[in-house]
Design a protein around this ligand. Structure first.
Ligand code: SAM
Ligand code: SF4
Ligand code: SF4
Length: 374
């Protein structure tokens, strides 16, 4: 007999979900997971390749000439991505972020953006369409991306000090290359630009105040991300995590801050403003303050596997039904079943685990950040 679960049953344990079949919600009703979280955001990773080798994401010892990156034939085509995205939008997605690897390495990415920008929510609204990039190719692409329908960009930048930037990104590029791209993106209308800085204690925490100084008053929004235990290759340990509270204390000592309201559902960054009118910053505290309760995000890998948590080991293959001739209704039902069975809360479990007890939960081999894109 088919097992039907109630969409908002919070008592069910965490765990993967394909064996559960959730009802497809009626038009106008939210598709909810087992913790009553709606599906709102979709991250689409368009490539597992990158022109950086950030030590915390793609350490060169692992991602070297022998590493088996995905062949082009395995990647979803733009038509396939757009078709799947349309199904997600039908089920509640309002925001799509393109990521990677480095998404601007995917040839003619602006064509994909143009296709996605045609999608409309069931209420007839256009999507919020964004992209995360390391920035070095953004300068030359910003205008085309904007013209194709991209709304905003997030640019990653971990240090202003050139030597430290080179060490962290393990690349030939400089912070100035990234800064020029940020300016070009803002001029092209992709503003406000969000800047993501991953903070590692003892590595780049001395850049917190210089970065805050650089972006205060610029109109861009700097966000500090706690270093996370994503993937299996970066040798993460808790000592390198600088809690967001410390980041705020260091900045607040120089320029006093006050909290801003943020939406608890789908909230990732906590927002703060400078009391002197210098703009706002954000902190993303996935380690010190888990936000699983409001996690409304799904992730699509470059070859069409759906992951429901950044720390998952297994995805759900959507390429096979897509290429096997499934109709949009069948794909929507499959998505509803997958999302309806979701109960992920890895960061909450990490926070609850006794110190030194190792990885939280059942994920022996987690997916890599460069594959799924954050
Ligand atoms: N290549 C693009 C970039 O760097 O912006 C997009 C993909 S990258 C995987 C997305 C984001 O994940 C970047 O802001 C990066 O700094 C962040 N990231 C990667 N590994 C991380 C980790 N272990 N902890 C926290 N953030 C991480
Ligand atoms: Fe590339 Fe982004 Fe990972 Fe750095 S964080 S290696 S830029 S995918
Ligand atoms: Fe969402 Fe998983 Fe992160 Fe929790 S740990 S916020 S469920 S992605």
């Amino acid at each position: 007999m088919t097992k039907v679960i109630f969409l908002a049953d919070r008592r069910l344990p965490a765990g993967p979900s394909d064996s559960f079949v959730a009802p497809v919600p009626a038009p106008g009703q939210d598709l909810l997971d087992r913790r009553a979280r709606p599906l709102r955001d979709l991250r689409i990773s368009v490539t597992d390749r990158c022109n950086f080798r950030c030590t915390y994401c793609m350490p060169r010892e692992v991602f070297d000439g022998n590493y088996a990156f995905m062949p082009h034939s395995a990647l979803l085509s733009f038509e396939e991505i757009t078709r799947l995205a349309g199904v997600f939008v039908r089920q509640g997605v309002e925001k799509i972020r393109l990521t990677g690897g480095e998404p601007l390495l995917r040839k003619n990415i602006e064509a994909l953006i143009a296709m996605l920008s045609e999608l409309r929510t069931p209420q007839g609204r256009p999507l919020d369409l964004t992209l995360t990039t390391n920035g070095v190719l953004l300068g030359r692409k910003a205008r085309a991306l904007r013209e194709a329908g991209l709304n905003r960009v997030t640019v990653s930048l971990d240090a202003l000090d050139p030597a430290l930037f080179a060490r962290m990104s393990d690349s030939q590029f400089t912070p100035d290359d990234v800064m020029r791209s940020i300016d070009t993106a803002a001029e092209a209308g992709l503003a406000p630009v969000k800047i993501n800085m991953v903070v590692r204690r003892g590595v780049n925490d001395d850049q917190i105040v210089p970065m805050a100084r650089r972006f205060r008053g610029s109109g861009h929004v700097l966000r500090f991300i706690e270093y996370m235990d994503v993937g299996n290759t970066n040798g993460w340990n808790m000592e390198e995590v600088l809690p967001s509270a410390d980041v705020l204390a260091r900045i607040g000592e120089v320029w006093p801050l006050a909290p801003l309201e943020s939406d608890p559902m789908g909230r990732v960054a906590e927002r703060w403003r400078y009391l002197d009118g210098g703009g706002e910053i954000g902190v993303i505290s996935s380690v010190s303050h888990a936000f699983c309760e409001g996690c409304t995000r799904a992730r699509l890998s470059p070859e069409g596997r759906l992951f429901l948590c950044l720390f998952a080991a297994e995805g759900h293959d959507l390429r096979e039904p897509l290429r096997g001739g499934a109709s949009d209704d069948q794909l929507a039902a499959r998505l509803a079943a997958i999302w309806g069975g979701r109960a992920d809360n890895y960061s909450e479990r990490r926070a609850a685990a006794p110190p030194g007890s190792g990885p939280a939960g059942n994920t022996a081999r987690k997916i890599e950040m460069s594959y799924i894109g954050g």
